[in-house]
Design a protein around this ligand. Sequence first.
Ligand code: THU
Length: 136
Amino acid sequence: MSKLINDIDKELFEKAKLALDRAYSPYSKYSVGAAVRTSTGDVFTGCNIENAAYGLTICAERVALFKAVSEGKRDIVELYVIINDDILPSPCGSCRQVISELAPDARITLVTVDGKHKEYSVKELLPNAFTLDKDE
Ligand code: THU
């Protein structure tokens, strides 16, 4: 069951929504926004950015994660992903792999602009993720 809007993290919801408005998706016309928060409270946002050479497209989740990591912030505790639809977004397989490496302990919230949302752990989204770590 999806939760109601009052359970939502307002800051991440609003910032992910602003990022959604900045999506560059002229080819798919499918806009996605994302926002991550680190353990020290820093927030980084991302949107999907497409290209006429379609394979160069990057998803909103990875933009937000890469912005955090490139600013030296790796302890990501929350990730919000938002779309402007009634159905919840679902991170693609590539994003799940990147999330599992860069934000393994994050709580992932998938949300619509109306505030319908559902939370997941990284393991729930990608069980048995690929890793080079032999102890995993
Ligand atoms: N997309 C994302 O940004 N995140 C997802 O989780 C799924 C897909 C983007 C990529 C592309 O620009 C558009 O949505 C349609 O696939």
